[in-house]
Structures are given as structure tokens and as C-alpha cells.
Design a binder for this molecule. Structure first.
Ligand code: PEP
Ligand code: MG
Length: 324
């Protein structure tokens, strides 16, 4: 098995009938890169920049961030690198920011909400990213977007910082794609409108599941409701992909679901373009996809989307693809 996977390291990801998708890796620090490259990732689908800010007692400087982003972009050469701007709050705390305790941190002051409020912090990160952009194939992604206004405001701030850098004689790449995480149900529902303004989507199922089923992803007592295969979630994913493709935009997924062997046939059938997962899942996923046919997985989608329960979806897929 391992030997068969090793042959796939430098191969493109193709279904048995020749449809191509991209398998990317999720990383937290530049230290993760050797494993990413050894496992044949075609890009970075999610660079969680929180780790640069955690385990220390003050904010990272623009220079420190610039070095980290530059390292990642250079090591990945021309492969795409999606960097997510700071997603702090929820389960990730930064003691030195001195944020008030909240009753519902997952519904509270986190990610883009905090960045749009503490703009100095956000602008520093954006400047570091823009300056690093000339070293590789950078794409910038905003987390936890719930409204179009949030996206427009974040994008406008990015454009402002870019303009200032260019005025000051700094070099900035000309073609940086800007996208959003789809992890709040309002955004998944309104995907057709977002698709007119963003360059890409990446579906964050870790959060999208918890918000769709109203089940805290950290609370064991309600973990039975944390259902990746719930038909409601699958319909949201379907809506996002359809909306994006209608506007000629691409869609990735960077939640845990993207690397789940049970989810892969469904996601492929729904038309997902990029799957981002932990590095060690990439070769098994590439192997699995090489044995699937796009037309076969497409043909089951209507039926799956019309199922009533998670149980129905799971047993259907397990049975059809002989997955235990
Ligand atoms: C997600 O929500 O699916 C995601 C990838 O982001 P995180 O797990 O960092 O919240
Ligand atoms: Mg998330």
C-alpha cells in the first residue's frame, strides 16, 4: 500500500476518467513544509497564521510575519499558497490582547470581526503578506465572513495597504487572488452574491457544521449532532459550489471533511475543485480519487441530496464504495 502511494507523490490528481482536482495541505507553521512536500501536496490550501501569534506575550512584528510568509512562499515555488488572515477567538485565545470573556466565544468577537475592529493588527498582517507576495503564488483568504459588508471592508483595507506600499516604492505581486472561508451559514446561503465579488471560496466545514447544526464543536455532550454528512450541510456545500462555478470561480474545502475517505466521493461528485487536508492524508486521497470515476460520483449526487438523514447518506456511500 505504502509503495503504491509513494508512486503518486509527484503525480497530478486524476480520477479514473481523467477529471483533475487539486490536493493541497493545511499548515500552521513553516516547519510543516517538509512533510507537505514529501507527501506530494499541490499547494497549501490553508495556512493558519494564528500560530505566529500564539505562545508568546506580544504581537508578532511585520518583519517576523514577512519572514514566515516569505519562507513558505519560496519553499512552495510556484504552487498556490492560501494564507488565511488571523482567526483568533473561539477556541484560540491570545492572552496579551486582553479581550473580554464571552459567554459564547464561537459566536463572538473572533477572526475578521476582531481584525476589522483592531485594524492596526490587521493592516500589519496585510502589509507583511503583500510584501511577501513577490516570492511565490500567494492567495489571501479572510476567515468567518458572515456578510458582504465584512468582505468589502476587508478587501478595501487590503487595497489601501497595497496602494500605500506601491506609493512607497515597494514591490507587490499584481495578481493576488482574494477569497473567503465559507464557514458561516449566511455566507453559504448567499454564495451566489459573494461569488460575484470574491476570487475563490474555501469551505470551512469544522465551523460550518457546528453553526449549521447549532452544536459546539468542542462540546462532547452534543457531539452526536456534529454531522458532516447531514443532508442540510451537503445542500449548503452544493449551493456554494454551484454558485461559484456559475461565476467561473473555484471552490476548495479546508475543514477536516476534505480528507475523509467517506466524504471524498460526495465532494468530488459535487464538483469541489481543491481539497485541503493534513499532509499525511494526501497520498491516500490521491489513490482513492484515481479509482473513482467523476461521472459515477456525479450520478449519485441528486439522490444523496434528497436523503433525509445522516444515517441514510453514510450507509449509502459506505455500501456503494465498499468503505468500512
Ligand atoms: C474550519 O472551520 O473548517 C477551518 C478550516 O478553520 P478552523 O478549523 O481553523 O476554524
Ligand atoms: Mg474555522
Amino acid at each position: 500500500q505504502k509503495a503504491a502511494w509513494a508512486k503518486l507523490v509527484n503525480q497530478p490528481t486524476l480520477t479514473a476518467d481523467g477529471h483533475q482536482v487539486e490536493l493541497a495541505a493545511n499548515i500552521g507553521t513553516p516547519d510543516d513544509l517538509s512533510s507537505v512536500l514529501d507527501n506530494g501536496a499541490e499547494g497549501i490550501g490553508l495556512y493558519r497564521t494564528e500560530f505566529l501569534y500564539m505562545g508568546r506575550d506580544q504581537l508578532p512584528t511585520e518583519e517576523e510575519q514577512f519572514e514566515a510568509y516569505k519562507t513558505v512562499l519560496e519553499k512552495m515555488k510556484d504552487k498556490p499558497v492560501v494564507v488565511r488572515t488571523l482567526d483568533i477567538g473561539g477556541d484560540k485565545e491570545l492572552p496579551y490582547l486582553d479581550l473580554p470573556q464571552e459567554l459564547n466565544p464561537f459566536l463572538g468577537f473572533r477572526a475578521i470581526r476582531l481584525c476589522l475592529h483592531q485594524q492596526d493588527l490587521f493592516r500589519t498582517q496585510l502589509r507583511a503578506l503583500l510584501r511577501a507576495s513577490i516570492y511565490g503564488n500567494l492567495k489571501i483568504m479572510f476567515p468567518m465572513i458572515a456578510t458582504l459588508e465584512e468582505y468589502r471592508q476587508a478587501k478595501a483595507i487590503l487595497e489601501e495597504e497595497k496602494h500605500k506600499l506601491v506609493e512607497a516604492g515597494e514591490q507587490v505581486a499584481g495578481n493576488i487572488e482574494v477569497g473567503i472561508m465559507v464557514e458561516v451559514p449566511s455566507t453559504a446561503v448567499l454564495a451566489d452574491r459573494f461569488a460575484q465579488e470574491v476570487d475563490f471560496f474555501s469551505i470551512g466545514t469544522n465551523d460550518l457544521i457546528q453553526y449549521t447544526l447549532a452544536a459546539d464543536r468542542m462540546n462532547e455532550q452534543v457531539s452526536y449532532l456534529y454531522q458532516p454528512f447531514h443532508p442540510a450541510l451537503l445542500r449548503l456545500i452544493h449551493n456554494v459550489i454551484q454558485a461559484a462555478h456559475q461565476q467561473g470561480k473555484w471552490v476548495g474545502m479546508c475543514g477536516e471533511m476534505a480528507g475523509d475517505p467517506l466524504a471524498i466521493p460526495i465532494l468530488l461528485g459535487l464538483g469541489l475543485d481543491e481539497f485541503s487536508m493534513s499532509a499525511t492524508s494526501i497520498l491516500p486521497a490521491r489513490n482513492q480519487i484515481s479509482q473513482l470515476s467523476k461521472s459515477q460520483v456525479e450520478n449519485m449526487i441528486e439522490q444523496v441530496l434528497n436523503m433525509n438523514t445522516t444515517e441514510e447518506v453514510v450507509s449509502y456511500v459506505k455500501d456503494k464504495f465498499k468503505i468500512s
